[in-house]
Design a protein around this ligand. Structure first.
Ligand SMILES: Nc1ncnc2c1ncn2[C@@H]1O[C@H](COP(=O)(O)OP(=O)(O)O)[C@@H](O)[C@H]1O
Ligand SMILES: [Mg+2]
Length: 262
């Protein structure tokens, strides 16, 4: 059984890409066969996994518009996950897909032949609620919403949750809203906790555990295109490993571990 997880939030800078790369690496680290999908034309996930989007001939764009099969475009990474990469071409996919019937299903159809050889697929959605994100949510069984705890990060959450419920009504009735993942979390301040409590109350949204602490190592790793988890013993990497364990437990049929608001 393959689990397909979309990581979505139309706000940029909330650690979607970091979550996809780190969670993917953590799951691969415990023996899962992991495929990550870069759905952002910026190609940050592709870059952070060691591939330069500017040098790639083909990407998920070709797959979505029907010019290539997903298996022809897959790349290996040092993290041990397979990558369906993005290039800036993907910026044109929205317009091309808009003219096609069944446009929300392009990714789901493209991934189907790969699922037999993969345990977990994680989709990195772009910072918008356009056709690409709709493709991600339509292809997924579950959606995880990274939420930065520092600012008024929750201001777009209502809109995102409306989109999720529309997707459930129209293209993907089985979609499970896993919950919000607190990112860039600072346990020393009450502010982070207040933001979380507020989000949980206001939107009746489960808050996943553990929160991912802000650590300087992440900024360094993504700037250098170096590995996210490999050989690192920092708090952030450990939090993603723990999240991976919690999700595997959940997918094995147990209740999801949620964050104790205190
Ligand atoms: N736990 C963390 N601690 C410190 N910096 C982080 C952490 N998670 C992400 N970042 C940094 O925050 C920035 C935005 O993260 P990114 O994953 O690209 O967000 P998004 O994909 O939502 O736009 C990046 O520079 C990344 O390195
Ligand atoms: Mg991103």
């Amino acid at each position: 059984m393959t689990t397909v997880l979309a990581v979505a939030n139309q706000k940029g800078g909330v650690a979607k890409t970091t979550t996809v790369a780190s969670l993917g690496a953590a799951l691969a680290g415990v023996g899962q066969r992991v495929l990550v999908v870069d759905l952002d034309p910026q190609g940050c996930l592709t870059f952070s996994l060691g591939h330069n989007p500017d040098r790639l001939e083909r990407s998920v764009h070709d797959v979505l518009v029907g010019d290539a099969e997903a298996k022809e475009v897959l790349l290996d990474t040092d993290e041990g996950v397979s990558l369906l990469p993005a290039t800036i071409d993907l910026a044109g996919a929205e317009a091309l897909l808009l003219m096609r019937p069944g446009r929300e299903f392009a990714l789901k159809r493209a991934l189907a032949p790969l699922l037999a050889n993969v345990d977990v697929v994680i989709i990195d959605c772009p910072p918008s609620l356009g056709v690409l994100t709709l493709n991600g949510l339509t292809a997924a069984e579950a959606v995880l919403v990274p939420l930065q705890c520092e600012t008024l990060a929750h201001r777009g959450v209502g809109q995102l949750l409306r989109t999720v419920s529309e997707v459930k009504q129209v293209t993907n009735p089985g979609l499970e809203l896993l919950g919000a993942l607190p990112t860039l979390y600072d346990a020393r301040t009450t502010h982070s906790r207040d933001v979380l409590a507020d989000v949980a109350d206001r939107y009746d949204l489960p808050v996943l555990s553990p929160p991912i602490p802000r650590t300087v190592r992440f900024a360094e790793a993504s700037a250098s295109g170096a590995t996210v988890l490999a050989g690192r013993k920092n708090k952030g990497a450990q939090a993603y490993r723990e999240l991976a364990e919690n999700l595997l437990e959940h997918w094995a049929g147990n209740d999801l571990v949620t964050f104790d608001q205190q």
